[in-house]
Design a protein around this ligand. Structure first.
Ligand code: ZN
Length: 141
């Protein structure tokens, strides 16, 4: 963990370690508030504003990713492997979706049809929807 933070060129501080560890432990794409609540008990001196600023710094330095829900809520994702998201507007859950086939289709599509005057950095896919049966998981074949 220390090495990962240091590897980005950021200074390793206790605060950064605590916040990064919390994001890694919470594998459900947590919000700033959820991370803040999680670390509050043992780290009451770290403010919500600090958690927010630290997470945004981590995104800027490529340590974690940021995901926006349909409602515009920021969520954080420590999984840097290229993947898509399925978002349920009822339960607010985010499900990771991996498909090499889909990546190839999307990349191939934009290779054929050039996007003028834009250097594409990345393409992410997010599917928004409402869960039909709340007792069942969202799955994709
Ligand atoms: Zn994810």
């Amino acid at each position: 963990m220390k090495e990962k933070i240091a590897g980005t060129g950021l200074k390793v501080t206790h605060q950064r370690m605590v916040i990064y560890d919390a994001v890694l432990q919470m594998n459900f794409h947590p919000t700033v508030e959820q991370i803040y609540e999680d670390i509050q008990g043992e780290n009451p001196s770290i403010s919500l504003g600090t958690v927010y600023k630290t997470l945004e710094t981590f995104v800027e330095y490529g340590l974690i990713d940021r995901v926006f829900t349909e409602e515009g809520v920021r969520r954080y994702d420590p999984n840097l492997e290229h993947h898509g998201h399925i978002y349920c507007t009822n339960t607010r859950e985010i499900v990771d979706y991996y498909s090499e086939e889909l990546n190839e289709i999307i990349t191939g599509f934009f290779k054929k049809r050039k996007v003028n005057n834009l250097k594409i950095k990345n393409i992410t896919l997010q599917i928004n929807g409402d869960k039909i049966d709340p007792d069942k998981d969202i799955t994709i074949k």
